[in-house]
Design a protein around this ligand. Structure first.
Ligand SMILES: [Ca+2]
Length: 409
């Protein structure tokens, strides 16, 4: 960490990272305060309608949205679910941040988690994070996992492993990649995984809470990486011929991207990333491009201080959309399923802090308008995915986390 780095220290970060992952103690306090206020509200407003938490087996019709749908609770009792992957046999794999990979079959979670996983460092925002299938999973059964890995000296980094899934365990687990992004703060791991139509693997790595590393190309913090499926560097990566840059880097100047989707039609890479206080972003990724953090941002620091005077600068990309105040954007899917024709081509992103799903109606590469869904459920949304059945699947970031499914009415 360069000595010139502004004070973005873990101790401060723990109390001011509320736009992303609130500390458990703080969240419990707010939950208690919220429960008290709710009780008071119920007394004062007896007779007014409230929205109770959904339970397993619930199916709730929604007609407040532009498109009518039902919310179905597919599974619950997951500890901070983070990523989901759909298997060709109809099962799904769901990561739990403390370090378990669960099998979802016929609407139930199997009690036995998948065996063979690496040891994860589940502190702060770290743990077992994303899961993705190899594009040729049908023949090679390879499952990819991203996680926070201890690298000594109390430091962690973002790493990716893969293993063959035999139906219950991962066999022959090997490391595909370990980011050169070690840091003591247990945050900003990024770590979304996606394969493009040509089979290249993209990995997001956050700035690790040390913002100026996002502009340092000799380091993987604050970047997107592009690799072959086995971790080798593609010859046509944008920085392979630069002596002062790591060749895995595809984009940089990215603060902490926790949503990524390859557009099913265009094949282009889309991401969303957390801003500081304000300045959450949706970005279209171009090879070699600099997305500006922290030289430019539409947000300010958590304590209200200015990070930079600039929101734009030559040679730095502008977000397609930015959100101030932060919605704490996490998870992303580009909808091209059959179940909701009215949603064709729309983007869906999750909001942790603002606790809703944001639908982005697209006009080409622009967002023409936005719709807020499910804001009354009062849950943090970590991931959004389109299922093979065309339904929209949502993961809630809670200690008793759920898999929800939106079905057309
Ligand atoms: Ca940016």
């Amino acid at each position: 960490m360069p000595s010139s780095t502004p004070p973005d220290t873990p101790s401060r970060g723990r109390t001011r990272s509320d736009s992303e992952d609130q500390p458990e103690s703080l969240r419990r306090w707010w939950a208690l305060a919220g429960a008290g206020l709710l009780a008071l509200g119920l007394l004062l407003l007896a007779g007014c309608e409230t929205s109770p938490a959904l339970e397993a087996g619930d199916s709730v019709e929604r007609s407040d949205a532009e498109v009518d749908f039902e919310v179905v609770v597919v599974a619950e009792g997951l500890s901070h679910p983070w990523g989901i992957a759909f298997l060709p046999d109809g099962d799904a794999l769901v990561t739990e941040r403390p370090g378990r990979l669960r099998i979802l079959r016929d609407g139930s979670l199997l009690p036995e988690p998948v065996g063979g996983l690496p040891e994860v460092q589940a502190r702060g925002q770290g743990g077992l994070l994303d899961v993705e299938l190899h594009p040729e999973f049908d023949s090679n059964r390879l499952v990819y996992l991203s996680y926070s890995k201890a690298v000594g000296g109390g430091q962690t980094t973002t790493a990716v492993v893969r293993g063959e899934f035999d139906g219950q365990n991962l066999q022959g687990v090997e490391e595909v990649f370990e980011a050169r992004a070690a840091a003591s703060p247990g945050r900003h791991y990024g770590s979304r995984l996606a394969f493009d139509p040509d089979g290249y693997l993209y990995i997001t790595v956050g700035d690790r809470g040390e913002m100026h590393r996002a502009q340092d190309l000799s380091d993987h913090a604050g970047t997107t990486l592009r690799l072959h499926d086995d971790g080798r560097v593609p010859d046509d990566n944008p920085f392979v011929d630069h002596d002062d840059a790591l060749p895995e880097i595809y984009t940089y100047g990215n603060r902490n991207a926790q949503g990524m989707s390859i557009h099913p039609v265009t094949g282009r890479v889309w991401q969303n990333e957390h801003g500081p206080r304000g300045g959450d972003e949706l970005n279209l990724m171009e090879p070699g491009a600099n997305y500006g953090w922290p030289e430019i941002t539409h947000g300010i620091d958590y304590d209200g201080s200015t990070i930079t005077q600039d929101t734009a600068r030559a040679g730095m990309e502008q977000p397609v959309v930015h959100w101030t105040p932060s919605i704490a954007v996490s998870g992303m899917t580009v909808y091209t399923g059959d179940a909701f024709p009215a949603w064709e081509g729309d983007f869906f992103v999750g909001a942790l802090r603002q606790q809703h799903i944001r639908r982005l109606v697209m006009d080409g590469d622009r967002v023409s308008r936005q719709e807020t869904l499910l804001a009354d459920l009062g849950v943090r949304f970590r991931e959004v995915a389109t299922g093979p059945d065309g339904y929209l699947y949502l993961l809630t970031d809670e200690g008793d986390g759920q898999v929800l499914r939106l079905e057309p009415r």
